[in-house]
Design a protein around this ligand. Structure first.
Ligand SMILES: *[C@@H]1O[C@H](CO)[C@@H](O)[C@H](O)[C@H]1NC(C)=O
Ligand SMILES: *[C@@H]1O[C@H](CO)[C@@H](O)[C@H](O)[C@H]1NC(C)=O
Length: 471
């Protein structure tokens, strides 16, 4: 009798904690034989009654692209609808646009064959023009977004992709919620202290789970430079640094301020003393079981703004391959692409994290044995090749060419990585080329890589020079 009552109590209790957790702390089991997981990000769709082509193109090109890529998550980081009158003078929510958004997303879900629950859409400032209260008269987001329909009603939500060896934690934040001001006053995100507390809690949910490796990624609408501090003067950057996230994915800026809106953030060490301490710590870390975090926590992350769907038809594919994060930003301006290639190892030295240096020292943790790339295609691929160029003599000189072998979407080839360890993070450049059965050739842009965690700080003209020089 007692046992029965106890079990009922336990069941009830399990349910109460479960129900609060399931909606805004989701877990998705992912099968990943090759220890690689990939996701897609889209942003700033601005579906508008005055521009029906935005939604039409989205439906047509994003469905087929998603179906080809088959990502584990689809993140849509805000400004789902435009909320502007034709003359741009009046800004308010337009239900017609929300109906269009909902219909388009339904079709995309159907046509791509993906599960609705892997879609995460967020409010942007345009989705909040003239919305005085959440759940109020003009809050169409709550009714028409996927987030709203799935009952993810909190301003912070998280989803963990679990593989057999890793937890990949994605945390979304909505910093528009407390303000329903009309633009341009809501051009900024306004995170509150409450939001930062929730963010901390979500980001640390796996910290004590030592049986699995952990990667943390946050996503929101506003870049950090467009996010105000809270009333107690705290900010998102502090939280992200403290929580050792790898990247913060955002939108909002379109391509107005240039194409390359990616920033590396790190702790400003005030004295050399701190830096010395850091180095000492790194040396001692090789036997540390905690090697995946570099032994010593290095406080840094990448902020990756992605451009917009509205005009640029931008789409980002990001991979986490053995914990290493890589991405390509491309566009569907000319329609969906038949082949998309994402090199996942070695990593692009322009977007390197310094703590890769630690990882490299943990030889047992870091698998440097193969060059790896994901190839997605809607046509049959005949072959995939990697080429490496040495730029040290002022021109590109090919030093390696090899055929890669296929294992699902992943193509790999063994190499002698030691031979490419170099003090210059822009000496060696990588290119992957796929040829389909109709002899169509698609190759990646040339990409500098570094094996020792050194970051290349290159201007685009440099890269353009090489790209042009090669072709
Ligand atoms: C959202 O849906 C609820 C329930 O159907 C409805 O009462 C409410 O008016 C809707 N809100 C908006 C802004 O349309
Ligand atoms: C840093 O994160 C830890 C949890 O990992 C938390 O306990 C602590 O309060 C955070 N510090 C700040 C300044 O946010």
């Amino acid at each position: 009798m007692n046992i029965i009552i106890l079990s009922i109590l336990l069941l009830l209790c399990h349910n109460c904690s479960g129900s609060s957790n399931t909606k805004n702390r989701e877990i998705i089991q992912v099968k990943s034989e090759n220890d690689v997981v990939w996701i897609v990000q889209l942003s700033d769709l601005h579906f508008s009654v005055h521009h029906p082509e935005r939604a039409l193109d989205f439906q047509k090109f994003v469905s087929s692209t998603l179906s080809m890529i088959n990502p584990s998550l689809v993140l849509i980081t805000g400004d789902l609808t435009d909320g502007k009158s034709k003359d741009h003078l009046v800004m308010k929510q337009n239900e017609e646009e929300w109906v269009e958004y909902q219909k388009t997303m339904e079709n995309v879900i159907q046509m791509s064959g993906l599960d609705r629950s892997i879609f995460y859409d967020l409010r942007g400032n345009h989705d909040n023009f003239g919305v005085p209260t959440v759940g109020g008269t003009f809050d169409f987001f709550s009714n028409y977004s996927i987030t709203g329909q799935l009952g993810r009603s909190q301003s912070v939500n998280s989803v963990t992709l679990q593989t057999s060896s890793r937890n990949l934690l994605f945390v979304s934040l909505d910093s528009t919620m407390s303000t329903g001001l009309r633009g341009p006053t809501n051009l900024f995100g306004h995170p509150t202290d409450q939001l930062l507390t929730e963010l901390n809690s979500h980001l640390s949910q796996w910290d004590s789970t030592s049986s699995k490796l952990l990667t943390k990624i946050a996503f929101g609408h506003f870049p950090l430079s467009f996010s105000t501090p809270t009333t107690s003067k705290k900010n998102l950057k502090q939280i992200f640094l403290n929580q050792s996230i790898t990247a913060y994915l955002c939108g909002h800026l379109h391509s107005k301020f240039g194409k390359n809106l990616k920033r590396h953030h790190e702790v400003d060490y005030e004295t050399d003393g701190n830096l010395i301490q850091l180095n000492v710590h790194q040396k001692g870390s090789s036997s540390n079981k905690n090697c995946q975090n570099g032994g010593k926590k290095v406080d840094e992350f990448w902020e990756l703004e992605m451009g917009d769907w509205r005009k640029s038809r931008a789409i980002r594919i990001m991979a986490i391959d053995k914990g290493r994060v890589s991405f390509i930003d491309t566009d569907l301006k000319t329609g969906s692409k038949e082949i998309l290639i994402l090199p996942t190892y070695p990593l692009d030295s322009r977007y390197m994290s310094t703590n890769m240096l630690n990882k490299y020292k943990c030889q047992s943790m870091e698998d440097t044995s193969h060059i790896r790339a994901l190839v997605f295609s809607s046509v049959i691929i005949a072959s995939v090749k990697v080429r490496i160029y040495d730029s040290s003599h002022g021109e590109l000189y090919m030093v390696l060419e090899a055929l890669m072998s296929k294992n699902d979407n992943l193509y790999t080839v063994p190499w002698n990585s030691e031979a490419f360890v170099d003090p210059s993070p822009s000496r060696y450049w990588l290119e992957i080329e796929a040829i389909d059965i109709n002899d169509e050739i698609v190759s990646t842009e040339l990409m500098p890589f570094s094996l020792n965690g050194l970051r290349a700080d290159l201007s685009w003209t440099w890269i353009e020079l090489f790209v042009m020089g090669c072709q």
